[in-house]
Design a binder for this molecule. Structure first.
Ligand code: NDP
Length: 282
């Protein structure tokens, strides 16, 4: 029977730990503060922002909310970021993506002070991850490492295959697995003989964005399967990039969707907010 890796339980554990750290910082006079900026009112973004604010409230992090109209110019957004960069009472800055088409995301991400970059998307954060220096790490892959470690799954020396090479999931995932001494392969849409590549994996991470694409013929007997995908299907049902029912009989451990990787992303965002206090020398 495959171990079902419970992201809800692990994320709850991390949030409890963070609650304690935030309370301790408060006794030292530090109020951990996250500024959350949303431009426009995309319904999915509003749900994500709402969940992040709820998590802040639960842990005791103060959240400052900036809900800007869709027509906000890039200059106006950059001016707000510069203001928040300079505020000593703000530890983390999060700009909810995607931004409206008239705003260049790269410019906005690059404008956030690296020591407040709690999403871990700033080129300096990515560069530090690449050369093994401490810094902010993109929340979803950081959460996957926590899931593996806290489930007692060894990474060192294992064959790890990541399907997907996006800047926010696939690439940082590969770098983190490498940092944990995994032997890492990154597969993508141009990979030849994908099933042969993925069947080498002791740990297979699917971040491909295609509902239920990974079936049992992609999976080695006994592999650990991490499903990053989230897709809303007919009847409002959620599924991942992995065909769960099909794969579960052959793997040794698997993350479900929902309740696997998803809850870890916000937990790690909260973790980054708490860590940002240290980076600002408080
Ligand atoms: P992207 O669309 O940015 O990247 C998908 C990657 O998969 C690309 O590198 C692409 O290759 C590769 N790919 C696409 N089709 C194939 C194929 N047929 N065979 C092999 N590789 C393929 O997605 P993201 O990385 O942003 O997200 C991946 C999934 O994770 C999505 O379902 C997303 O919703 C989910 N997600 C979940 C989060 C969570 O909190 N749980 C957070 C973020 C994302 P190429 O580069 O060659 O185009």
């Amino acid at each position: 029977m495959a171990q079902v890796i419970d992201g809800k339980a692990v994320s709850a554990q991390i949030k409890e730990e963070l609650k304690g750290k935030v309370a301790a910082l408060r006794t030292e006079g530090v109020e951990v503060t996250l500024a959350v900026i949303q431009v426009g009112d995309d319904p999915a973004s509003s749900v994500y922002v709402g969940n992040k604010k709820k998590a802040c409230a639960y842990i005791g992090i103060r959240s400052l909310s900036y809900e800007l109209p869709e027509k906000t110019s890039q200059e106006e957004l950059l001016a707000l970021i510069h203001e928040l960069n300079g505020r000593e009472d703000v530890n983390g800055i999060l700009v909810q993506l995607p931004l409206p088409a008239h705003i260049a995301e790269e410019e906005v991400i690059g404008a956030i002070a690296p020591q407040k970059d709690v999403d871990g998307f700033h080129p300096q954060s990515v560069g530090k991850l690449c050369i093994g220096q401490p810094g902010f790490v993109s929340c979803t892959p950081a959460g996957i490492i926590q899931l593996l470690k806290r489930s007692g799954i060894e990474i060192a020396g294992k064959e790890c295959v990541v399907i997907g090479r996006s800047n926010i999931v696939g690439k940082p995932m590969a770098l983190l697995l490498l940092r944990e001494n995994g032997t890492v392969t990154v597969a993508h849409s141009k990979t030849e003989n994908l099933k042969e590549v993925t069947k080498r994996a002791d740990i297979l991470v699917a971040a491909v964005g295609k509902p239920r694409m990974v079936t049992r013929d992609y999976v080695k007997e006994g592999a650990v399967v991490i499903d990053v995908g989230i897709h809303r299907m007919e009847g409002n049902k959620l599924c991942g990039d992995v065909d769960y029912e099909n794969v579960v009989p052959v793997c040794s451990a698997i993350t479900p969707v929902p309740g696997g990787v998803g809850p870890m992303t916000i937990a790690m965002l909260m973790n980054n907010c708490v860590e940002s206090v240290g980076l600002q020398g408080k």
